[in-house]
Design a protein around this ligand. Structure first.
Ligand code: F3S
Length: 754
């Protein structure tokens, strides 16, 4: 059905020559990660050996996937590119905006009504530009991608950090911002720093209570939330090949929690079985033909220390089930130690709710194993102590598990089935009583457990575990229950033990769904009208930004001199502002409201030089804009760190900020500013930051001869008439200078189409 067999064929055809060239250039055997990366270079056949952790490389991903919250701005921008169709196969998935409250059908109907204008926009824009559209209720982006689009050896980007889930099917899949997705859909290259490589060797075999989730919970404990930064994690060994494909997906999914660029596994029989089971026997057959290219060269796994930057070894024979948390996914506790640690740390031990499912753990195998425990409740005369919820990852899984009786089994323990959507995983959980802020414990099979993430209550202690462990702990109602050793008292007063979970990896009768929820785009979308209401407060079509006026920028006012940390969250806050992700003017009302004003140490309080009064940053900036006066934002070190959120660059551009001058930039934000046609400048001498005064007028001089590696000059005209002048640096290359001149990269793309 909805996958592009010709594209996959082309990837496999070019792989052997490109891999051979990369092997010759690097003069060594290659890891799987290197094979996939070198066979997806923008330049085609490799001509350079890239330095890991150092070289910036242009890639040509095979696919793009977008979820509904991030797709809005990505597609509004894509519309600006003037292309009739997307350049690579792309899909949109409606999963983040559905609130879990009562149960699936009711909640879905409410969401369809509440988010109608967003869904109508996404559906019509997908229809027009050749993008596959997965309707609300179809499922969570990563599960649907695994079921339909992921393929061994492929490369994709997605506008969600858990895009990395597709590594379970042997892909290099990376989470990006909407601007990157827009570029790739418009036919441009995508840049990434060539990653470092962490090898994880899995020996032994999973058994008993231990599940794939425990592998990544253990890895998170070892590497911590930052340990994978700038790295791709490649899993290998007998423990890897003996595990299901969906289990591999779970492990890759949570690679996002260690900061890894992505994670992946070599092609094996489990992947072939999954492809066959999800209607893609032809992809499996093609992958079989190039099997040697879809895994590392044999020398690599024989001598991993020689070829990876770091190697970790985990013995699955002895790996214990883990619970990670509370409040951070890297605080890993083996179940046998939980009693001791919970007591020591004062964690509430009564489990109030067990939640299974999400994009992380929604496979048939996960649900089957969890159901095998639920079945024991009646059989052993037990009563489930905690509430229990299931959030299926897709309609394909939901329909299949219902057909096979698992939903009925869960119903016997009083379970609630939520919609096939993100729901409680992203705070879309209307949990009764959460507003009271009471201290309580929940256990879930999702990936993140930061404070407030699931229900908005900062006092909810959330622990991450496998679906099997979540189910066992929900039955026991006790965080310290160790099902490997402990017994439960049944209704007759007897001591009973839960048997270890069992379940099929894949459905014996095959997957099925009456309506998987896919909407194919129009064959010719030229006549399709994109639906955006002119009165909407959630969506707004973009207007092209104006081109550079061709002169130096003079008489700019200082909007804010930000002090200390200024992340993309400080520049464009999330939370309640998520609603306006598709409306640039409305979301611009959060611009820089989290940044600290150097002069008064306050947030969202800056001086309006036109009136002398202090006020919120966005309102002050709007006053300058109305007066036709450009402004400049000054910042400290690593300005714009955090996420690739393009809103943090688009908002200042939209409101009339002309330049951002800082001690140093986080690189992605710097690039985003350049893409939007802004000037991103750094102090040649960091001490010049101290020269900026609150009432300064600022000139940026030298733009007439703006050139790579050539400094520009800042002139400060202070309130007392005195002046300062100093050099500022930039990292614009020739192409990026053209973006600045044209008023943004999209203006250039559009011009090239016409
Ligand atoms: Fe959705 Fe949570 Fe996954 S927000 S995409 S289910 S990480």
């Amino acid at each position: 059905m909805a996958f592009d067999i010709e594209m996959i064929k082309a990837v496999y055809e070019r792989m052997p020559a490109r891999i051979a060239a990369a092997r010759a250039l690097t003069g060594k055997p290659l890891t799987l990660t290197e094979k996939i990366l070198y066979s997806h270079l923008w330049e085609g056949t490799p001509s350079t050996a890239y330095a890991r952790g150092n070289s910036y490389v242009d890639f040509a991903p095979d696919r793009v996937a977008m979820q509904d919250a991030t797709a809005q701005m990505a597609l509004l921008q894509f519309m600006q590119a003037g292309r009739p169709q997307v350049a690579v196969p792309s899909t949109v998935h409606c999963d983040h905006l559905i609130e879990a409250k009562v149960a699936s059908t009711t909640d879905l109907a409410v969401a369809v009504d509440k988010n109608k204008e967003v869904y109508d926009f996404l559906s019509s824009v997908s229809d027009k530009y050749g993008i596959g559209f997965w309707k609300p209720g179809a499922g969570i982006i990563h599960q649907v991608v695994l079921e339909n689009y992921a393929f061994p050896g492929g490369m994709m980007i997605g506008t969600d950090s858990h895009t990395v889930n597709a590594g379970g099917l042997g892909m290099i899949a990376i989470g990006v911002g909407g601007a990157d997705a827009c570029d790739v859909m418009a036919g441009l290259a995508w840049e990434l720093k060539f990653p470092k490589l962490i090898g994880v060797k899995l020996t032994g075999k999973l058994n008993g209570w231990t599940a794939p989730k425990d592998v990544i919970l253990k890895v998170a404990g070892i590497l911590t939330v930052k340990g994978g930064t700038g790295c791709v994690v490649e899993y290998f060994g007998e423990g890897a090949t003996s595990m299901s494909c969906t289990g591999k997906g779970t492990i890759c999914n949570m690679g996002a929690e260690i900061g890894a660029t992505t994670s992946t596994f070599g092609y094996d029989d489990s992947m072939a079985r999954y492809l066959q089971s999800t209607g893609r026997a032809d992809v499996a057959a093609m992958a079989d033909q190039v099997r040697e290219h879809l895994t590392a060269d044999p020398e690599v796994y024989a001598n991993p220390e020689q070829y990876f930057d770091q190697v970790i070894e985990i013995d699955l024979d002895t790996l214990e089930p883990h619970l990670n948390g509370p409040f951070t996914p890297d605080l890993a506790t083996p179940i046998s130690k939980m009693k001791e640690l919970a007591e020591k740390n004062g964690w509430p031990t009564k489990v109030e709710v067990g939640l299974i499912g999400s994009c992380t753990n929604s496979s048939y195998e996960d649900i089957a194993r969890a159901a095998s425990l639920a079945k024991q409740v009646a059989a052993k005369g037990l009563k489930t102590k905690a509430q229990f919820t299931i959030t299926p990852g897709s309609e394909l899984v939901r329909y299949t598990i219902e057909r096979d009786g698992f939903i009925d089994t869960f119903n016997t323990i009083g379970a609630t089935v939520f919609s096939n959507a993100c729901g409680p995983c992203i705070g879309q959980w209307a949990r009764p009583g959460a507003e009271k802020g009471e201290k309580n414990t929940i256990v879930h099979s999702f990936n993140r457990n930061f404070a407030k993430r699931a229900d908005g209550n900062p006092n909810t202690f959330a622990f991450v575990a496998s679906p099997e462990m979540v189910t066992a702990l929900a039955i026991a109602g006790d965080l310290t229950f160790n099902p490997l050793t402990d017994t439960l008292t049944n209704e007759k007063g007897e001591q009973v033990k839960l048997d270890a979970p069992t379940g099929d990896e894949l459905p014996q009768k095959g997957f099925a769904a009456e309506d998987a929820g896919y909407q194919a785009p129009a064959a010719d979308g030229s006549g399709v009208q994109v639906k955006v209401s002119a009165t909407s407060d959630r969506l707004q079509l973009l207007d092209p930004f104006a081109a550079w006026e061709g002169t130096d920028l003079t008489g700019l006012k200082l909007l804010i001199k930000a002090k200390g940390k200024c992340t993309t969250d400080h520049i464009s806050m999330a939370g309640p502002w998520l609603k306006y992700r598709g409306h640039l003017d409305n979301i611009s009302n959060n611009m820089l409201i989290g940044a600290v004003n150097f002069f008064n140490e306050k947030t969202d309080n800056v001086k309006n030089q036109l009136t002398g009064e202090y006020g919120p940053v966005p309102a002050t900036q709007r006053a300058y804009k109305a007066a036709g006066i450009g402004t400049i934002v000054v910042g400290d070190t690593n300005y714009g760190e955090g996420s690739s959120r393009e809103h943090a660059a688009m908002e200042p551009r939209h409101l009339g900020v002309r330049a951002v001058l800082v001690k140093s930039f986080a690189r992605i934000h710097e690039t985003n500013l350049k893409k939007q046609g802004m000037l991103a400048l750094t102090f040649a001498n960091e001490a010049d930051y101290d020269k900026i005064q609150e009432n300064d007028s600022i000139n940026i001089v030298g733009l007439g001869s703006f050139a790579p590696e050539k400094s520009l000059t800042i002139e400060l005209v202070h309130a007392d008439g005195s002046k300062d002048s100093f050099a500022v640096n930039h990292t614009y290359n020739a192409q990026q200078i053209e973006w600045f001149k044209a008023g943004g990269a999209l203006n250039i793309i559009r011009a090239s189409v016409k």
